[in-house]
Design a protein around this ligand. Structure first.
Ligand code: SF4
Ligand code: SF4
Length: 433
């Protein structure tokens, strides 16, 4: 096993690790965005006034890099219009008023899979996109360009971000589903072996996974050093295989495909039941939350209803984050929805959520030592702030994985990731033009 350079050790705060997942029930309304993935947004397949059922396609597109969107409830469509989600531009959304019956759509039936092509078609139809946060359509990931030789499937169960325990609960509550999902992926893609990577701070999950694969030589479980961002795709590949993904290349270019543990478990569930991706296990935690726990939430449920389900707030939140404290995105409203790739909702009290004041860089180099991508975060920050975007690209701005290690390590509290995100966004938009 290799050790990646850089990284940090934030307090783990896995407060909900021992709390079994609780299903939330039917919310009063769902707001389902038609772009919850990387790639082309979907077009609405329903209009205001239509009745829909659970699992029914409500958005799709012919674009290859995309995934259909399904209704998580049965009820009536009340609105189809753009809504500004946090950190993005307006996204077309379908609002549905549930009827409480949760009638299942006739479209929901187990797919017939008898070849690689039908397997990939089934994965697309399931609406699966990377559940670890990347939201990349899984059927695209599992179908690398011709001539690419992939020999290793890596299952990401590292869950290195503080607070988040949803993957850990998947490992404990659905161990067999994970293994079944891996076996399906190996069988239909022809990949030889799977390595499950999980941080050492989850001994119970490691024990259960090891027991489950004890008679399956093609799957092995690896306990990894606990260090953030161990679960980032490139660091995980390096730790488990010693292979380095070059700048601008994909894991498949070094013979690997990485899947999140919840994604692979969903594959098994979909092939068995045909129920597409309509609900998500979410860790709800943070100093402002009354009853932190893991909740199974219908996709599109508004954040305020999820927090209410967890007993509401014990103090006014200073910051609400979708995702973990290192890579998550602050939310501007509680009327925004849970998405396919939402793995955590954190509400921090006013003190914890306070954004510290930036002071001048003292050129101590701690951000450089902490960066797992071996970048110069202080320089990237300076180049973007002075609008030297081409120069920033020359300093590998696009290789930043936005892990936040630089900010965490910085004594001057420089908000480097914000600058880097702005720089990347500018470069991508210019490239499109
Ligand atoms: S860690 Fe902060 S203060 Fe130190 S060099 Fe980096 S940006 Fe400057
Ligand atoms: S520059 Fe990017 S990759 Fe490096 S530590 Fe900062 S956020 Fe992480």
């Amino acid at each position: 096993m290799k050790l990646f350079k850089g990284g940090v050790h934030p307090p783990q705060q896995k407060n909900t690790a021992e709390k079994a997942t609780v299903p939330m029930g039917v919310p009063s309304v769902v707001l389902i965005p038609l772009a919850q993935h990387l790639g082309a947004p979907c077009q609405p397949k329903v209009k205001k006034g239509d009745t829909v059922k659970v699992g029914q396609v409500i958005g799709d597109t012919d674009a290859y890099v995309s995934a259909p969107i399904h209704s998580s409830v049965s009820g009536t469509v009340t609105r189809v219009e753009p809504v500004v989600l946090s950190g993005s531009r307006p996204v077309m959304c379908v609002e549905i008023k549930p009827d409480g019956l949760q009638e299942i759509s006739e479209e929901v039936k187990p797919p017939v899979v008898d070849s690689r092509e039908s397997f990939l078609a089934a994965i697309r139809a399931s609406g699966l996109t990377g559940l670890g946060g990347a939201a990349f359509p899984t059927h695209v990931k599992l179908n690398p360009p011709k001539g690419t030789k992939v020999d290793t499937l890596i299952i990401n169960a590292a869950e290195c971000e503080p607070y988040i325990t949803s993957d850990y609960r998947e490992c404990l509550e659905n161990t067999q589903g994970i293994i079944e999902g891996i076996l399906h992926v190996l069988k239909w893609t022809g990949i030889e072996k799977a390595l499950i990577g999980i941080e050492q701070n989850k001994p119970e999950a490691i024990k259960m996974l090891k027991q489950a694969v004890s008679n399956i030589p093609s799957i092995t479980v690896h306990a990894l050093p606990t260090r953030y961002p161990q679960g980032a795709e490139k660091t995980l590949i390096y730790t488990l295989t010693g292979r380095e993904v070059p700048s601008g290349k994909l894991p498949a270019d070094v013979g690997c495909i990485v899947m999140n543990v919840a994604s692979v478990a969903f594959v098994a569930s979909y092939l068995k039941t045909g129920m597409p991706l309509v609900k998500k296990r979410v860790t709800v935690d943070g100093s402002a939350v009354r009853n932190p726990q893991n909740v199974e939430v219908p996709i599109g449920t508004l954040l305020k209803e999820v927090f209410d389900f967890c007993g509401g707030f014990k103090s006014e939140p200073g910051k609400v984050i979708m995702g973990g404290p290192m890579m998550g995105v602050s939310q501007y409203s509680l009327d925004l929805p849970v998405l396919k790739h939402t793995n955590a909702l954190l509400a921090l009290d006013a003190d914890e959520g306070r954004i510290p004041e930036e002071t001048a860089c003292i050129r101590c180099g701690r951000c450089v030592r902490a960066c797992p991508m071996r970048l110069l975060p202080l320089e990237l920050d300076r180049l973007v702030k002075t609008q030297q975007f081409e120069e920033a690209q020359r300093f590998h701005l696009m290789d930043c994985i936005e892990c936040g290690c630089c900010v965490y390590a910085c004594p001057a509290k420089r908000l480097m990731v914000q600058s880097i995100r702005i720089g990347k966004d500018y470069i991508r938009r210019n490239a499109k033009k």
